[in-house]
Structures are given as structure tokens and as C-alpha cells.
Ligand binder design. Structure first.
Ligand code: HAM
Length: 436
């Protein structure tokens, strides 16, 4: 008989995996709440056009897309950004600014599978709409850092590389390139770390070889690792636009330093981000050892809401993926073994005692306690063993002798002490036990 397996790159979550996933989601959600972000979600299946030319060639080539029964071209969402722009754009006039939203959702990309990369994965997305200044980047980078630090990761484990597509544009413009060529060069810069000189192949095919002098300057610019070096290189260009931009940089880095986060941030012009819609600051989080692919990525995308039919609305955001992040937590021993222990384990004599126990079992569950008991009659000895192994703090013993006396025996499995409790007092006694 044929066995049916999951499609390549898709994942199944057995309960143990699911509890890990919940652990990530719980802390991300909690952290987003402390920053005042509100949660939203949207459809998994979207019109194909939402991604065409908006997300960029790379994502477009990775879409799971098909024609539905009504003849519509549709795609499984590869990312949240175009969707959230539509949501915000449609209600922009009624939403209180700044709009701070987050989501935890599943995405689909037909990618070549590698460590930390699958064809379906979860992302935590957080975005701020309506704030043009670096105050928005401050909040988002702080949130990104805290979403990783909340799990016990420190600056020794990860860092955020900060760059700026605006400055790249100013610089390449000053070197005499037009917009199409600038986009071509930025595509090469995005791939440079991975492919070296081969990253320029696409540019060469489209525009012919990049002038040697310009290329040397591009390669030097992408090595820039400090604000001072950036100011020095750009000093030759001058102008108001550039001065204002450098002031934004100082503000952002100053804000993050004041929050105590400077140790997580590195200026790195080698980051430009592959997605087509970014317009200003861009950033990516990586593990310090450089063993894993990006943990998170984001940036400013001031034109996208309008391009998708909404009003002009500045926006910044980022997404953390669950796969690389889980790998990092495991490598650092920070993924807890999540045992789901019951609070109470009931040890039950026989069928008659079971019927007596059921009333308490249900009442305790209704009161919010997790209660386990053997579904079938089992020897007492085995039940005590199961109670001890379950991790429960308390055992309730419904033996024939106890019930004849109108009591239930309550055993503290940690302290190894016992007491007899009148039947009617079981629920309040358990409540007292757990309230101390
Ligand atoms: P992205 O860089 O394409 O950005 O993805 C963000 C993160 O999602 C990556 O750093 C990675 O951790 C994870 N990720 C992406 N593709 C895969 C995959 N195939 N398998 C596993 N993990 C993956 C965006 O998606 C932007 N929309 C982020 C954003 C939000 N920008 C503004 N707001």
C-alpha cells in the first residue's frame, strides 16, 4: 500500500513540536503586547497580483500559485507585507496613528530546501504605519531585539545589521547611475555575500559590465561598518538631503543606545535586502557565529501602501522566521523541554469508585485544574507509579476504604505527605493546595 508523506519542505507538528512552536508564539505575542502592538490576521490565499512586481523577482519565482475554480489567479501568501498594506490602506482614515500591528502566521515559498529554510514556515511580523521618522525604526528594532532576548539570547548570540537603501541610492546616483542601474547594483550587493563577484552577472547581462572605478567604489561602500566611515565616504557628495539622512542615522543609533541596545546593533552597508519595496533603513538579524541564515529581516517601505491602492502612508516593519530561530535556541540550549504535567492525578479503586471520582474530576477541571486518571481499571500499584511519573503535584486516592468512610485521600507527591479530606471538601482543598 502506498504511504502518503508530507510534501517536501512541509512540516508536521507532533505534540512535542507543537509545544515548542507554542513556546515561540507565546513569548513573541507577550513581547509585542508590551510594546503596544495589536494582533491581526488575514487570508492564506490571496490574488496573485498582490505579489507580482511588488515583492520582487525572487519571491515571485517562489510562489505557490494556481488558477482557482472561478478562473482567478491566486497564490498562497509568501509574506505578510502586501497583505497588511491592503488592510491598513483600506481603513487608514479611521485607524488611530501610529498604527502598530503584529501577526503570527504561516507562509509558503517554493524554495530550495536547506538548513533553516522550508517551503512553509511561520513568521512573526510587526509593522508601524504613519510614522515617517526614525522613531518608528527605534521601536521596531527594539521590539526585534526583545523578541529574541525574551528567550534568553544575548548580544553574544545574535546581532542586528543596520543599513540604508536611501544612502545607497544617493551614493550610486552621485556615481552617475540611473534608477534602473541602481536597482541592478543593489540586486548584486544583496547577493554579494553569498556569490562574490558572480553576484554582478545579472547586472552585466542587463546593462553590460559595471565601470571598473564605480565597481571598486561599490565594493568599498558595502564594506562600511561604522557611521564615521559612512560620513567620511559620503562627505564628498554633500547636500541637504544627505545631511538630513545622516541626522536620522544619528537619531536612530542614539535612541537605541539610550535603550541600552547598542551592543546588539552593527552598522553594515552590505545589507540591502532582496525585497523590491524597501525605501530607507533596512535591517537583518543574524546569529553571531554566522552559522545560520538570517533570523529576521525588515525595513522601511514608504511607497507600498499607495502602490497597492491605499493612501500615501509611511511604513516600517520586520519579520522573524520560526525555523532558523528554533535552530539557534536549540544550539544554545535555550529550547525548554516542555512537559505538560497534570496538576492532579486520580488513583481509582474500581468501577464503583470511578463513578464516585467522576464528579470531582469534572468539577476540578471546570475550576481550571488539569486532571488525569487511568481510563480503564488498573492495579493500584501501577496507578501510583503512573501518578509519580506524570509530574502531577497531587494525587487523589479514591479507594473502597476511603469512600466507605466518606473521604478521599489527598497525597502531596512532592512532600510525600497524606491527609484525608471529606468528599464534599475535595475541590476547595485542592484549590487551597494550589493557591499557596
Ligand atoms: P524576509 O527576509 O523574506 O522578509 O523574511 C523574514 C524572515 O523569514 C527571514 O529572515 C527568515 O527567518 C524567514 N524566512 C523567509 N523565507 C523562509 C523560508 N523559506 N523558510 C524558513 N524561513 C524563512 C519578509 O518576509 C518581509 N515581508 C519582512 C517585513 C515585514 N518587512 C516589512 N515588514
Amino acid at each position: 500500500m502506498a504511504t502518503f508523506q508530507t510534501l517536501p519542505g512541509f512540516r508536521e507538528f507532533y505534540p512535542e513540536d507543537f509545544s515548542r512552536r507554542n513556546h515561540l508564539f507565546r513569548l513573541w505575542r507577550q513581547t509585542a503586547n508590551t510594546f503596544g502592538f495589536a494582533e491581526y490576521d488575514a487570508p492564506v490565499l490571496e490574488p496573485l497580483d498582490l505579489y507580482k512586481a511588488k515583492s520582487g523577482d525572487e519571491i515571485e519565482g517562489q510562489l505557490f500559485s494556481f488558477t482557482d475554480k472561478g478562473g482567478r489567479e491566486v497564490a498562497l501568501r509568501p509574506e505578510m507585507t502586501p497583505t497588511v498594506c491592503r488592510l491598513v490602506g483600506a481603513k487608514a482614515s479611521t485607524l488611530k496613528r501610529p498604527i502598530r500591528w503584529f501577526s503570527i502566521a504561516e507562509f509558503y515559498r517554493y524554495e530550495r530546501m536547506q538548513k533553516g529554510r522550508g517551503r512553509c514556515f511561520f513568521q512573526f511580523n510587526a509593522d508601524i504605519f504613519g510614522e515617517p521618522g526614525p522613531e518608528a525604526e527605534t521601536e521596531l528594532i527594539a521590539l526585534l531585539v526583545q523578541c529574541l532576548a525574551a528567550f534568553g539570547l544575548t548580544e553574544q548570540d545574535f546581532f542586528v545589521r543596520l543599513s540604508d537603501r536611501n544612502l545607497w541610492f544617493y551614493y550610486l546616483e552621485a556615481l552617475g547611475l540611473d534608477e534602473a542601474r541602481i536597482r541592478g547594483v543593489l540586486g548584486a550587493v544583496d547577493r554579494f555575500e553569498k556569490y562574490g563577484d558572480d553576484a554582478f552577472k545579472g547586472y552585466t547581462e542587463q546593462f553590460g559590465p559595471l565601470d571598473g572605478g564605480v565597481k571598486a567604489k561599490v565594493l568599498a561602500f558595502l564594506q562600511i561598518k561604522s557611521l564615521a566611515a559612512l560620513e567620511q565616504t559620503l562627505g564628498v557628495i554633500g547636500g541637504e538631503k544627505l545631511a538630513a539622512r545622516l541626522a536620522d542615522w544619528k537619531k536612530l543609533l542614539g535612541n537605541l543606545a539610550a535603550m541600552g541596545l547598542a551592543r546588539f546593533i552593527e552598522v553594515d552597508l552590505g545589507v540591502v535586502r532582496g525585497l523590491a519595496y524597501y525605501t530607507g533603513f533596512v535591517f537583518e538579524a543574524f546569529d553571531r557565529k554566522g552559522e545560520l541564515r538570517a533570523l529576521a529581516g525588515g525595513g522601511r517601505y514608504d511607497d507600498l501602501v499607495q502602490k497597492l491602492g491605499g493612501p500615501a502612508l509611511p511604513a516600517v516593519g520586520f519579520a522573524i522566521g520560526d525555523m532558523t530561530f528554533a535552530l539557534l535556541l536549540e544550539q544554545r540550549g535555550l529550547m525548554p523541554t516542555l512537559v505538560q504535567a497534570p496538576d492532579v492525578y486520580c488513583v481509582i479503586g474500581g468501577e464503583a469508585e470511578r463513578l464516585e471520582a467522576f464528579g470531582d474530576i469534572h468539577a476540578l477541571r471546570a475550576a481550571g485544574y488539569r486532571v488525569d486518571y487511568p481510563l480503564k481499571e488498573v492495579a493500584f500499584g501501577k496507578q501510583f507509579k503512573a501518578a509519580a511519573e506524570s509530574g502531577a503535584k497531587l494525587a487523589l486516592i479514591y479507594g473502597g476504604d476511603e469512600l466507605a468512610k466518606g473521604v478521599v485521600k489527598l497525597r502531596d507527591l512532592g512532600a510525600r505527605t497524606e491527609q484525608e479530606v471529606p468528599r464534599a471538601q475535595v475541590v476547595p482543598t485542592v484549590r487551597d493546595f494550589f493557591s499557596v
